[in-house]
Design a binder for this molecule. Structure first.
Ligand SMILES: *[C@@H]1O[C@H](CO)[C@@H](O)[C@H](O)[C@H]1NC(C)=O
Ligand SMILES: *[C@@H]1O[C@H](CO)[C@@H](O)[C@H](O)[C@H]1NC(C)=O
Ligand SMILES: *[C@@H]1O[C@H](CO)[C@@H](O)[C@H](O)[C@H]1NC(C)=O
Ligand SMILES: *[C@@H]1O[C@H](CO)[C@@H](O)[C@H](O)[C@H]1NC(C)=O
Length: 204
């Protein structure tokens, strides 16, 4: 009788120990699963962070609008022009840090010959924002050789101009990372000599 109950108690105790072991095992598995989930979560966070915030892209330099402030043309013999343009340019910075840029000029050409320059003073475009600037350029035909197509263009009523510029600077992230970046403008435009409007501005 006593023997029997002892045995029974022993098996009860054994099964209780087994159950507690099983419980501990389950707990360990659960902890492991949590740790794994956390690690995966962290990897995703780091991945997203490095693909968005930490990825430094070139800012974009754009011409938003150009208007004629003053225009004088003469033709023929010799054909000539004096034109003053106002332009609004924009520097779009999509980075999570500011873009600090150096002085630059926007050069205006007629038939491959430089006819005027616009100065863009150094400055900064804030993180994830667009900095707009107004520039003025005075152009004249003094350097254009007399064998150019200027005479024909003035007679046709449209003048084809191009402008180009390169903006160089640095994008700074969290006061730690600095990376050299640049942006370029290259546009062609038609100046309507009759209406004194700038039309067909095409940039690449
Ligand atoms: C940038 O232009 C300013 C004039 O607006 C001049 O004082 C300065 O020296 C120029 N900086 C460089 C690096 O050329
Ligand atoms: C640029 O000029 C336009 C009008 O031509 C004006 O509305 C704007 O405020 C000017 N922007 C700056 C930054 O001077
Ligand atoms: C063009 O300019 C040159 C000097 O720069 C002059 O010798 C020539 O006669 C001019 N030609 C015409 C068609 O005006
Ligand atoms: C004009 O003349 C120069 C040489 O004086 C030559 O290099 C250039 O190609 C000529 N341009 C045109 C459009 O004929």
């Amino acid at each position: 009788m006593a023997e029997n109950s002892y045995r029974q108690r022993k098996t009860e105790m054994e099964s209780a120990a087994e159950a507690s072991k099983e419980l501990k095992r389950k707990k360990r598995m659960k902890l492991l699963a949590y740790a794994l989930a956390f690690a995966i979560f962290q990897i995703i966070v780091i991945l997203v962070f490095s693909l968005t915030v930490m990825r430094i892209k070139n800012p974009k330099f754009r011409v938003r609008s150009i208007t004629v402030e003053d225009l004088k043309v003469a033709a023929p013999n010799p054909p000539s022009f004096n034109i003053k343009l106002n332009a609004q340019v924009a520097i779009k910075n999509t980075n999570f840090g500011h873009f600090k840029f150096e002085n630059t000029t926007i050069s205006f050409d007629y038939g491959g010959v430089r006819v005027g320059d616009a100065f863009v003073a150094k400055g900064r475009s804030k993180a994830r924002s667009t900095k707009k600037m107004n520039i003025t350029v005075e152009m004249n035909s003094n350097n254009i050789p007399n064998n150019s197509s200027l005479q024909n263009e003035i007679e046709s009523g449209f003048l084809t101009l191009t402008c180009h510029s390169k903006l160089s600077g640095k994008v700074q992230l969290m006061k730690l990372i600095k990376k050299k970046k640049s942006a370029e403008i290259e546009c062609t435009m038609l100046i309507n000599l009759e209406t004194k409007a700038v039309q067909d501005i095409k940039c690449q």
